[in-house]
Design a binder for this molecule. Structure first.
Ligand code: AMP
Ligand code: MG
Length: 497
């Protein structure tokens, strides 16, 4: 009986299960009728130190579908609360997800293995605990696309079709996503205990998070203050990176904000095609609270909710605690701006930073917004331009409603480029390394979902191939870089999992 672990796809540890009982509810996945494996993310499996073949075997499928749990698993649903569109919900929790447990990956990092769509839990309230295949595919594609872009995110290890219908606006095929996260602790997890006045649990959770994600802050004068600083810094960097690729999360409720600084809970998320700062795709975001350009401010609002939970741990004197928290929230804005402005400078090929660079980048964005230019392709094609205006300009110019509108900006940009020491070839390489050719475009995601629902997984596989390596050219799949034709444009995205 010593070698059974080799055949078991997951060897789990359960540190979250060892936290006090109010942190979670035991929850077994519910078996499904006719599980079929859609795919296993092999490169990720390798990174995690898992045996991809074992995952793809019938025994692996049984686990990925929730029909069996691995030996040693103590499956649970995590308790959390959250501010949803500004309103506080005291009890949310994992209503359609089960944490199987944690594994230690090849880098020694602890990662959660969660089945999303695995059936009802004690937190399901009136929900069915299930996920529709469409949103499962969307989360898989977009989270893997984010990973390809180098942006912190939860990952998708596998997708299974359940063979059971789920009832949404209509009956849809069901699916289960195996999600991997640094952890699933959210701002809302802290709020759950704080709002109950359970400061001991807040402290226990903070200690757990420090130990798991920020061990270096344990030695700080006040580790909880240092924790707040760290979470604020990671959140600032994360949201800056979203903006730099045109990503709109769509539901930045505090229950969808990871304490580890990963993008989490992909619902009605989307990447912009043409640059419009006030863009909203989510059908439920009527007021535009989570519009593209609202995200940095909402990030701060969410951090303020986190800071509130930590106040009792920051200082016994409430006023002093509040002052500390406010200072962190101000530094968050600074940090966001630094990361965002550095990122913009890199996107337009500036290596050195000069006065006026941010304005130059903002003027391009303004022109793009006025001229309906595609966000991704404008920056990608900008790399091709030389020091002097010539036919290589045509690719970018064609993206602007009035191509001449680009020329004035380009002249200023070239003047500024002349001050750089880096040569054109090196600049081009650097620009192509930060400006993707491929993003998971809405219309492609929709096509992949529609085809998959008809049993054709080829469009999904093609899309995944390009978004996993978005900075490389894929000549045979070049069409995936193309913005949607007018009839392909997706106006609205739905939560619907
Ligand atoms: P979201 O904003 O989509 O991340 O979900 C908000 C809350 O609703 C979370 O507590 C989810 O667990 C819960 N929830 C969403 N969909 C379902 C479902 N189909 N069944 C049970 N709970 C759900
Ligand atoms: Mg959520």
């Amino acid at each position: 009986m010593t070698e059974t672990a080799a055949a078991e796809p997951f060897v789990l540890d359960n540190s979250y299960a060892r936290l006090p009982s109010e942190f979670h509810a035991r929850a077994m996945p519910t078996a499904v009728a006719a599980a079929r494996l859609i795919r296993v993310n092999r490169p990720l499996a390798v990174q995690l130190g898992l045996d991809a073949q074992a995952l793809e075997s019938p025994a692996g499928l049984d686990i990925l579908a929730g029909n069996r749990v691995p030996k040693g698993a103590e499956p649970l649903a995590m308790a959390y609360a959250g501010h949803q569109f500004g309103n506080f919900s005291p009890v949310l929790g994992d209503g359609r997800a089960v944490l199987l447990g944690e594994i230690i990956d090849r880098n020694g990092a602890r990662r959660d293995i969660q089945l999303k769509g695995a059936g009802r839990t004690p937190f399901s309230s009136r929900g069915d605990g299930r996920a529709a295949l469409g949103p499962v595919i969307r989360e898989y594609v977009v989270s893997e696309g984010m990973a390809g872009l180098g942006i912190p995110t939860t990952r998708a290890l596998a997708m299974v079709a359940t063979g059971e219908p789920v009832l949404r606006m209509r009956a849809e095929p069901g699916g289960v996503l195996t999600r991997v996260a640094a952890s699933h602790v959210r701002v809302g997890t802290f709020e759950y205990f704080y709002r109950q006045g359970n400061n001991e649990a807040v402290r226990a959770l903070a200690d757990y998070v420090i130990d798991r994600h920020y061990p270096h802050v344990a030695d700080a004068d006040n580790p909880y203050h240092a924790l707040l600083e760290e979470v604020a810094a990671r959140t600032a960097d994360l949201i800056a990176q979203w903006l730099l690729v045109g990503f709109i999360h769509g539901v930045m409720n505090t229950d969808n904000v990871s304490i580890a600084g990963e993008t989490i809970d992909y619902g009605p998320c989307a990447f912009m095609d043409n640059y419009k700062p006030a863009t909203v795709y989510s059908s439920i975001d009527r007021g535009g609270r989570y519009a593209y350009n609202q995200q940095p401010g909402i990030g701060q609002w969410n951090l303020a909710r986190f800071a509130e939970c930590l106040l009792p741990l920051l200082d016994d004197d409430e006023e002093k605690a509040i002052a500390q928290a406010q200072a962190v929230l101000e530094r968050y804005i600074e940090r966001f701006e630094n990361t965002y402005h550095d990122g913009l400078a890199a996107k337009i090929g500036l290596q050195e930073r000069r006065e006026g660079d941010t304005e130059l980048a903002y003027d391009l964005l303004k022109c793009m917004a006025e001229q309906g230019a595609d966000f991704t392709l404008t920056f990608r094609h900008l790399a091709d331009l030389g020091q002097a205006s010539d036919s290589r300009d045509d690719g970018v110019r064609a993206l602007f409603d009035d191509p001449a509108a680009f020329d004035g900006w380009a002249a200023r940009w070239r003047q500024r480029l002349a001050e750089e020491t880096r040569d054109d070839a090196a600049r081009r390489v650097a620009m192509r390394a930060v400006n993707p050719a491929y993003i998971p475009r809405n219309h492609r995601i929709q096509q992949a979902i529609d085809a998959a629902e008809d049993g054709d997984y080829q469009p999904l596989e093609a899309l995944l191939a390009v978004v996993a390596r978005p900075f490389e050219d894929h000549p045979e799949l070049a069409d995936y870089a193309r913005p949607p034709a007018p009839e392909e444009v997706v106006q609205r995205t739905f939560c619907g999992t």
